[in-house]
Design a protein around this ligand. Structure first.
Ligand code: ATP
Ligand code: MG
Length: 405
């Protein structure tokens, strides 16, 4: 079937009263972003629905993109006919023919915004239902959970019919919750945390710490590649790389081994807070899950969180590893995350980090390094890029990459 439009129904945002307009505007621009390479598609975000006029472009390709946009409850590809009853009847038969199976059930669901056209809503349901019953043998009307719901929308510019409705990504439009800084490593967890933050409407900017020459170019490329994957949900994402070598060397030299991890994490957090302040971020997201590793105990969170009052949000806090892995597979970050390019934390990880660091002792040990000087120096070396959908970073090492996968 050649479709003319895709009709998009909004999710939770329809309950959000006075924010509604800005939510819909944001959803409209997010949809335009993911369809940036479909210039012929026209996006009309109206009060209760969004209409995507396809102007000849491929509906499957467009729907594959829509599938990832948060704030959409469901969507239906529709065909347009003239404001003529005979055209509606013929198209209804054509749509049902594609899906017909003996014994199937259906209903007609009519909506009208054009109140001048012929039949009322009720009459239209009745009439088109009758047309279908006549055209097919062994087909039955059923109001609750029919096999096919044939939607008929009578609008001023034509009548739109659809017989398929697909579930959207749900959640809130990215950007409606404000901006957050996402601490993105190359691991399994943080990309999943980023996805969940975006699902609740957060516009994330990635902050990644790297430590050359202890970490390779591939480790950095991998974090960028993961960011590229996540652009499927929002369009471009800012990637902020922070040089961390000097800090790690200093901490390693001056802080007792059991506290290396805690002090390193405090430094990462300070830097992320500074970036959030510069860039108007409202909070910090990370991929911690309680109890997963040494640095992810509540004692450890207390000792690390001590450096800021900015909210630190942990979307994975109560999830089990296998639940996290399921999402990583669904969002297609898992295969990248398991590539064995060491990141800065693994390389400087002490053999036995304290799982229950003491806050007072942490503060004392930290006095042995020049916190402010090191923060300022790292911030001066920050590099920012904007990563766009389809960009790829690991392909320079294609051979290595293919072998590892
Ligand atoms: P992940 O799978 O996200 O790497 P992890 O299980 O390896 O997590 P940790 O190494 O303890 O856990 O890291 C906890 C969190 O700290 C990460 O989820 C991430 O948010 C942040 N983090 C760790 N390393 C980095 C890094 N190099 N750059 C930015 N953030 C980092
Ligand atoms: Mg990690």
């Amino acid at each position: 079937m050649k479709y003319d439009e895709i009709m998009v129904r909004y999710g939770e945002l329809s309950t959000k009263g006075k924010n509604r307009k800005s939510f819909i505007d944001r959803l409209g621009s997010n949809v335009r972003n993911v369809l940036h390479d479909y210039p012929e598609v026209k996006v009309h975000p109206d009060h209760d629905r969004m209409h995507l006029v396809l102007n000849g472009s491929d509906s499957d390709g467009v729907m594959a993109r829509l599938q990832n946009v948060f704030g959409i409850e469901n969507y239906s590809p529709s065909v347009k006919v003239d404001l003529e009853q005979s055209a509606v009847d013929a198209k209804a038969i054509e749509l049902l023919t594609e899906q017909y199976q003996p014994g199937m059930t259906f209903k007609i669901d009519t909506r009208r915004s054009n109140h001048h056209f012929g039949l009322s809503t009720y009459e239209m349901n009745d009439h088109v239902g009758g047309v279908i019953l006549q055209a097919f043998d062994d087909i039955h009307v059923q109001m609750k959970h029919p096999d096919v719901t044939l939607r008929v929308e009578v609008r001023n510019n034509g009548i739109f019919l659809s017989s398929h409705t697909f579930d959207g990504a749900m959640g809130m439009p990215v950007g409606t919750a404000g901006k957050g800084m996402m601490m993105l490593s190359g691991g399994i967890d943080s990309p999943v945390a980023a996805y969940l933050a975006m699902k609740r409407g957060v516009q994330v900017e990635m902050v990644h710490f790297f430590s050359p020459p202890y970490t390779s170019q591939q480790a950095l490329d991998k974090a960028m590649e993961l960011t590229g994957k996540l652009t499927a949900y929002t369009g471009k994402i800012r990637f902020i790389q922070v040089p961390f070598t000097k800090i790690q060397e200093e901490v390693k030299e001056k802080v007792p081994e059991g506290y290396l991890m805690t002090v390193q994490r405090r430094m990462m957090l300070r830097l992320t807070v500074a970036l959030a302040e510069q860039r108007h971020g409202l909070g910090i997201f990370n991929g911690e899950s309680l109890g997963q590793v040494a640095s992810q105990t509540m004692e450890s969170m207390l000792a690390i969180n001590d450096v800021t009052a900015m909210p630190i949000l942990r979307p994975l806090v109560s999830m089990d590893k296998n639940e996290i892995i399921d999402i990583a597979k669904k969002i297609d970050t898992f295969d990248l995350s398991v590539l064995p390019f060491e990141d800065c934390c693994t390389i400087f990880a002490p053999p036995a980090p304290k799982t229950r660091p003491n806050l007072e002792r942490t503060r004392e040990f930290e006095k042995r390094i020049d916190v402010d000087g090191l923060v300022a120096e790292a911030l001066a070396g920050v590099k920012m890029t904007e990563i766009k959908p389809g960009e790829t970073f690991l392909n320079q090492q294609e051979d290595v990459f293919a072998e590892l996968l």
